[in-house]
Design a protein around this ligand. Structure first.
Ligand SMILES: [Zn+2]
Length: 184
């Protein structure tokens, strides 16, 4: 039995337990549909670890390079409900090398397609960039809405949670970090 079929059975059991009628027309295809969707939402767990950090030659001057407002969608590991928003990354290139835009998008995508928490996602993206591209500092800011906060509990509709992670000069040099936030 494939992963999809196994998950479809679990989804059927789940629906039964919450009191749904599995014979109802609207639900007939739901277990299989959900299992396929789950495969997509959590694809980062099964793919090989993202490692395509190929940089290219470019004249750099120690100035910040920005990639802002990369959209992302993830699922919180505490409630399995979506959280989503955007990731902004600023870094100080070194050795006259920079990373292409598409790599940032794919790095964010890879790490968000799994159950995660926003703080963890932020530090992981910062750490992966710090360790894999020539740089003198990396800063990552994620702004997100959490459906587990909006649909249940205190129902803080539209509240934005902001998390940050820094390395290198951006972690240690207050002036550079100020510049980071001014330009965000
Ligand atoms: Zn949650």
């Amino acid at each position: 039995m494939g992963v999809n079929e196994k998950i479809a059975i679990l989804v059927s059991d789940f629906l039964k337990e919450i009191g749904e009628d599995l014979e109802r027309d609207g639900l007939k295809e739901t277990p299989l549909r959900v299992s396929k969707m789950i495969e997509e939402l959590f694809s980062g767990l099964r793919e090989p670890k993202f490692s395509d950090f190929k940089t290219f030659e470019s004249e750099t001057t120690g100035e910040l390079v920005w990639v802002t407002q990369i959209p992302f969608y993830s699922v919180c590991e505490h409630h399995l409900l979506p959280f989503f928003g955007d990731v902004s990354i600023g870094y100080i290139p070194a050795e006259n090398r920079t990373l292409g835009l598409s790599k940032f998008l794919r790095l964010v995508e890879y790490w968000s397609k799994r159950p995660s928490i926003q703080e963890g996602l932020t530090t992981t993206i910062c750490k992966e960039l710090t360790e894999n591209i020539p740089n003198n500092g990396v800063g990552v800011v994620i702004k997100a809405r959490h459906l587990c906060m909006e649909m249940r509990g205190v129902r803080s509709a539209n509240a934005i949670t902001k998390t940050e992670s820094f390395s290198g000069i951006l972690k240690t040099d207050f002036e550079r970090r100020k510049e980071f936030f001014e330009r965000m």
